[in-house]
Design a protein around this ligand. Structure first.
Ligand SMILES: Nc1ncnc2c1ncn2[C@@H]1O[C@H](COP(=O)(O)OP(=O)(O)OP(=O)(O)O)[C@@H](O)[C@H]1O
Ligand SMILES: [Mg+2]
Length: 304
């Protein structure tokens, strides 16, 4: 049976539109989904669709304007100080730029020791545990531990961030554009590593990306975001094989295929998709629900 670890309920985040006016816009609008133990969910959408904003709210870096995030049935904004620390032991993130996640003044062994100082001060077998997780992410601890972050590559630093999550035994990992700065073969290595860890340890992963092929490769469940809203969600294979929302269809059509050359007659005009979505919602306006079930595990937004 699926065990729900996190519940996102009607999450909304408004920002001021500009400095002078009082107008606000919804970067994230009424987003709801659940995360099961060991599930890999990808959050896919174009630049500016609100993916990172959702990630930041999950990490308590941004407070929602409305809506709730429940972790193990508790609202993460109702946690007491010591519970917040426990939350961060369980929920961690890896952001796009691995260099910014490391303090440049500390060698890697210091970075890992600090995890123990902060979260497990009683732990006796520090060295052994650190070496174990570094080996688990495919690196040689003796080559890595005495180095400063700037002496390592982007791929090595991302592996270390994964090692850190392993050491902390996190339950939910938010990976925001994790591998976008890695070359193709290192990417697959890191993706395989994530999948393997999730399967072995039951770690859930929220994989934020705008790369559809990476999402397909890795995730069990796919959420498609468009202008702050989830327009389609469900089982990854179902969503990709039977897309329903015009935006999802457009996204899937715009993936360059390895055997298809660029065709100068094929123009992408953003306005056409906006219009198409308008017409689609218009055609469905009599429907009684906002999200329609296509199957037990596949939903599409049918009206505004
Ligand atoms: N602190 C902020 N103040 C005002 N507007 C913000 C803030 N953070 C994000 N936004 C706006 O909210 C929208 C969503 O941003 P977000 O970073 O979540 O997009 P994204 O889907 O992660 O995009 P990308 O793929 O480019 O990373 C954007 O229009 C962005 O400009
Ligand atoms: Mg982002």
């Amino acid at each position: 049976m699926n065990e729900i670890i996190m519940k996102i309920e009607n999450l909304t985040k408004e920002f001021d539109l500009d400095f002078f006016s009082k107008k606000r816009f919804k970067a994230v609008n009424n987003v709801s989904f659940e995360i099961n133990k060991g599930e890999i969910i990808s959050l896919i959408g174009e630049s500016g669709s609100g993916k990172t904003t959702v990630g930041k709210m999950i990490l308590r870096l941004l407070k929602p304007t409305s809506g709730k995030i429940l972790f193990e049935n508790k609202d993460i904004w109702d946690l007491k100080k010591n519970e917040v620390k426990e939350y961060y032991r369980n929920v961690q993130a890896i952001f796009q730029d691995p260099f910014s996640s490391f303090n440049t003044l500390f060698k890697i062994n210091r970075v890992f020791n600090m995890i123990f100082d902060n979260f497990f001060p009683e732990e006796k077998n520090r060295k052994e545990k650190i070496e174990k997780v570094i080996s688990q992410v495919g690196m040689n601890p003796t080559n890595i531990l005495g180095k400063y972050p700037h002496q390592l590559s982007g791929g090595q630093l991302q592996r270390l961030l994964i090692a850190r999550a392993l050491l902390m035994n996190v339950k939910v990992l938010v990976a925001d554009e994790l591998i976008s700065m890695l070359d193709a073969s290192t990417r697959i290595d890191v993706l395989n590593l994530l999948a393997e860890i999730s399967e072995k340890t039951g770690m859930s992963i929220i994989f934020i990306t705008h790369d559809l092929s990476l999402g397909y490769y890795l995730s069990d469940t796919t959420l498609i975001m468009y202008k702050g809203e989830i327009v389609e969600k469900g089982d990854t294979v179902e969503v990709y094989n039977n897309p329903q929302h015009p935006y999802t269809k457009m996204l899937l059509n715009s993936v360059p295929e390895i055997d298809r050359k660029w065709d100068k007659n094929e123009k992408f005009i953003p306005e056409t998709i906006i219009k198409e979505i308008e017409l689609y919602y218009q055609a469905n306006k009599e429907k009684s629900t906002i999200y329609e079930a296509i199957s037990k595990n596949h939903y599409v937004k049918v009206k505004k």
